[in-house]
Design a protein around this ligand. Structure first.
Ligand SMILES: CC(C)(COP(=O)(O)OP(=O)(O)OC[C@H]1O[C@@H](n2cnc3c(N)ncnc32)[C@H](O)[C@@H]1OP(=O)(O)O)[C@@H](O)C(=O)NCCC(=O)NCCS
Length: 172
């Protein structure tokens, strides 16, 4: 039975919240569909499978009622961590999900390595998302994408939690 509103004796309206978890093998085909709905040049499923195999802790999906509504993956490169992809299903955008995925990834990453990414110069929403979350523009790669568009390179130095936040305060 759904929870009741004690004042009116009516069921409470509960708004479902997406859940974020690590990817499973049987998610890959649905992540590939999300890629296709989100990018001009989507990654194929075999590449997504390789990323999931190599990054079991930093390939995450957001689910809502068992549907995949977002995903993001960071790959470990030699001198930095690289945000390979982040996407939210078109009907679930502008609700904070992209930001939640980014924050969840950051929690999972080593704070000793920068987090870097490329983004299309025309991708206003993604650039805004990254700037809002502390990324800075560090460069430009001409003709990076298959259609010739330039990529902006952005980077963030992750910050260790402060002593006060990371220490539990003993009770007296
Ligand atoms: C980029 C993307 C992942 C953002 O996901 P989202 O869930 O809609 O983003 P959020 O709701 O968490 O937004 C967080 C912030 O990003 C910025 N932002 C996101 N979408 C925006 C838009 N359409 N216009 C302007 N700013 C936007 C805003 O600063 C926003 O903060 P605010 O709501 O306080 O203004 C989503 O638009 C997407 O999947 N795009 C297609 C795939 C893609 O381009 N990925 C990036 C590859 S580099």
């Amino acid at each position: 039975m759904p929870p009741q509103n004690p004042l009116r004796n009516e069921p409470l309206l509960t708004i479902a919240k997406p859940d974020i978890r690590v990817v499973r093998r049987d998610d890959i085909e649905r992540v590939a569909l999300l890629e296709q709905a989100s990018f001009k040049d989507p990654y194929p499923s075999y590449f997504l499978s390789e990323l999931a195999r190599d990054n079991p802790e930093t390939f995450i999906v957001a689910t809502l009622n068992d549907d995949i509504v977002g995903y993001a993956v960071v790959d470990r490169w030699e001198d930095h961590d690289h945000l390979i992809s982040i996407a939210v299903r078109p009907d679930s955008r502008r609700r904070g999900l992209g930001e939640s995925l980014l924050l969840e990834l950051e929690k999972r990453l080593s704070k000793d390595r920068p987090l870097r990414l490329e983004v299309r110069q025309s991708n206003f929403s993604a650039i805004r998302l990254y700037l809002k979350n502390g990324f800075q523009r560090t460069g430009l790669t001409g003709g990076y994408y298959a259609d010739g568009e330039d990529a902006i390179i952005m980077e963030k130095t992750l910050v260790k939690e402060t002593l006060l936040e990371s220490q539990s305060i003993p009770s007296v």
